[in-house]
Design a protein around this ligand. Structure first.
Ligand code: MG
Length: 363
């Protein structure tokens, strides 16, 4: 046997047989995407011109599922820590069976402390993959009617009166607005908004009022301004004080920062009327679904919110939106370089994509 013949024979002996569609191995891609904001975004917590989110693509058997997590600085997460956490389990993720997604995600949650944006991206990609393999949009997988998708608010970040005016005018197609307050200029912000529009408003104080008497005063004032509810008026830890405030006001109080996971909800029951569920806080679609069900079982109102993120994450949340009372799913509308198209908004109402899985389209 010549050396050449030997090499040919040896290659044939070790060649992997061509794989059928059902046997193609898994691949995992992770990356960080910088999303540019249309307007500088200011809340009580931060102010910035861009946001970095963690993106994940999981491929197997010729199908790729996409996921995204927007790390929340309050919980000391960044896109880089999300990426590092998921990469630390690469071997396990590539060898696991994606059809056993509940078991797989349970193991991921057990092994990684925190890093809920990273977990959300993985959960989303797996649910997108499963939906595509089944040929079913995610809302149908959960037994939901897309026609039940609610109105979404459009959020107006804290700004100067001139910029607030411009943002409210730009939000003309949205029948309900969400106004960020919680700084010293609350009165000026609300007055500016009310000079331009009589639309119903929802207000998010992002833990901005630390004194319970002040919180009652502000909320009683907001009641007279046509505000439907107030989100997280006081710091997350001040549950007793919030309970005191709730007994003195006449509009619902919704928990956001005080409510990350399903296990948080029972202790919030008397202090809040409802909870704002976000995939990035919860760690994905499955935990968000669990939270909505638990809140409903406890007789609480439910809301789906989002961080500034692309259409990947906002669309994933939107698939659960037929379940909730309120939606604030506008994170993709606040950016100018969305890499994907998915959920859209028509006359303020969420329109879910009909494609399988998340139903995303790369732009
Ligand atoms: Mg909030």
């Amino acid at each position: 046997m010549t050396r050449r013949d030997w090499m040919k024979a040896s290659a044939a002996a070790t060649a992997v047989p061509a794989l059928s569609g059902a046997e193609r191995p898994a691949a995992l891609q992770t990356g960080i995407v910088r999303l540019k904001l249309r307007h500088t975004w200011t809340t009580v917590m931060s102010s910035s011109d861009f946001r970095d989110t963690f993106h994940l693509a999981y491929s197997r058997d010729g199908v790729t599922g996409h996921g995204e997590g927007a790390p929340i600085p309050r919980y000391k997460e960044t896109a880089a820590t999300a990426k590092a956490a998921i990469e630390s389990l690469r071997g396990m993720l590539l060898s696991a069976d994606p059809w056993q997604f509940t078991k797989l995600l349970g193991e991921v949650f057990r092994r990684i402390p925190g890093e809920f944006a990273g977990k959300a991206a993985l959960d989303m990609a797996l649910m997108d993959w499963v939906g595509q393999k089944l040929g079913t949009p995610l809302y149908r997988y959960f037994g939901l009617d897309p026609k039940d998708a609610p109105l979404t608010t459009f959020s107006i970040g804290i700004d100067t009166p001139e910029m607030t005016r411009k943002k409210v005018e730009e939000a003309a197609q949205f029948p309900v607005l969400k106004i960020k307050v919680g700084l010293a200029n609350d009165e000026a912000t609300m007055d500016t908004v009310r000079q331009i529009t009589r639309k119903p408003l929802r207000v998010d104080a992002n833990e901005g009022w630390t004194n319970k008497e002040e919180a009652v005063r502000k909320i009683n004032w907001l009641e007279k301004m046509g505000v439907e509810f107030v989100e997280q008026p006081m710091p997350a830890a001040m549950i007793e004080e919030t309970r005191w405030v709730r007994s003195r006001v006449h509009i619902p109080i919704i928990a956001d920062e005080a409510c990350m996971h399903a296990g948080d909800i029972p202790k919030l029951r008397d202090a809040f009327d409802g909870v704002n569920v976000k995939l990035d806080k919860a760690g994905g679609v499955l935990e968000a679904h669990r939270m909505i069900q638990i809140a409903k079982a406890l007789g609480m109102k439910t809301m789906l919110g989002c961080m500034v993120s692309s259409s990947v994450s906002v669309t994933a949340a939107a698939h659960l939106s037929p379940l909730v009372d309120y939606a604030d799913l506008d994170g993709n509308l606040l950016i100018s370089n969305d890499p994907y198209a998915g959920v859209t908004v028509k006359d303020g109402r969420l329109v879910l994509p009909a494609g399988p899985g998340l139903g995303l389209r790369k732009i």
